[in-house]
Design a protein around this ligand. Structure first.
Ligand code: BG6
Ligand code: MG
Length: 222
């Protein structure tokens, strides 16, 4: 992060009672595994899947992602066929997640989680993934969270604010006192719709609506 932004960053981080972290692409580098598994599925169906298309799937539920993918491939399938494909993609994804360890945490993730805990800031996960608890276990950070709201706990995908509202409720902290960390355009939109400030993690071109954007969590400290 640029030094002239340190003051703004400090203000944003120090004035909040709770941090809500997205998982994939913020704490762990699983965004690449989702991409690889979707690409393999698209290729098996006879069409390609690009990195730019993958950006649109970030933060979006498995089923909704599949609908986007099938749209790009001009395929119309029954619900039963879609269910089969979503399961196949998830099996490929889980095979990649199976090899994860603590070393797969993104730089700065564990330090920021630990600092938040030490400063008495409440911490929640706000993820669209139904595999979130498994990823937390594999990377050894389950104990870092006061609440986990994942894809099993919500009915509406980001950019709907449901996941972040539920996380704030679970922490018993008002939305305005929560700071969200997000790598997805849909996730930034969801956080703003929830009435929260948001730190975008990644490309400023994708995350321009966030209150501030950093390359990674290693750029932040409390
Ligand atoms: C989000 C990812 O965190 O979880 C999306 O950004 C993914 O790419 C979504 O589709 C659902 O994940 P899962 O693990 O339930 O298939
Ligand atoms: Mg993400």
């Amino acid at each position: 992060m640029l030094s002239e932004n340190h003051r703004d960053a400090n203000r944003l981080l120090y004035t909040k009672k709770a941090f809500i972290f997205d998982l994939d692409g913020v704490l762990v580098d699983t965004a690449i595994f989702h991409y690889q598994a979707w690409k393999r599925l698209a290729n098996s169906l006879g069409f390609d899947f690009t990195w730019q298309q993958n950006e649109k799937l970030k933060g979006v539920s498995r089923r909704q992602s599949l609908d986007y993918l099938l749209g790009w491939g001009n395929l119309q399938l029954s619900d039963a066929e879609k269910e089969q494909l979503a399961t196949r993609k998830n099996e490929w994804y889980l095979a990649l997640v199976g090899g994860m360890t603590h070393w797969d945490l993104l730089p700065g993730a564990y330090r920021l989680l630990s600092e938040a805990r030490n400063k008495g800031i409440r911490v929640a996960l706000g993820s669209a993934s139904k595999n979130a608890r498994l990823v937390l276990e594999r990377t050894g950070i389950s104990d870092c969270f006061d609440a986990v709201i994942d894809g099993n706990a919500v009915t509406r995908s980001k950019p709907d604010p449901e996941v972040f509202i539920k996380a704030a409720d679970a922490l018993d902290v008002p939305p305005g006192a929560c700071l969200v960390f997000e790598d997805a355009h849909a996730g930034v939109a969801a956080a703003l719709a929830a009435g929260m400030q948001v730190v975008g993690v990644g490309d400023p071109a994708e995350l321009g609506e966030a209150d501030m954007v950093v390359m990674g969590l290693a750029d932040l400290g409390i």
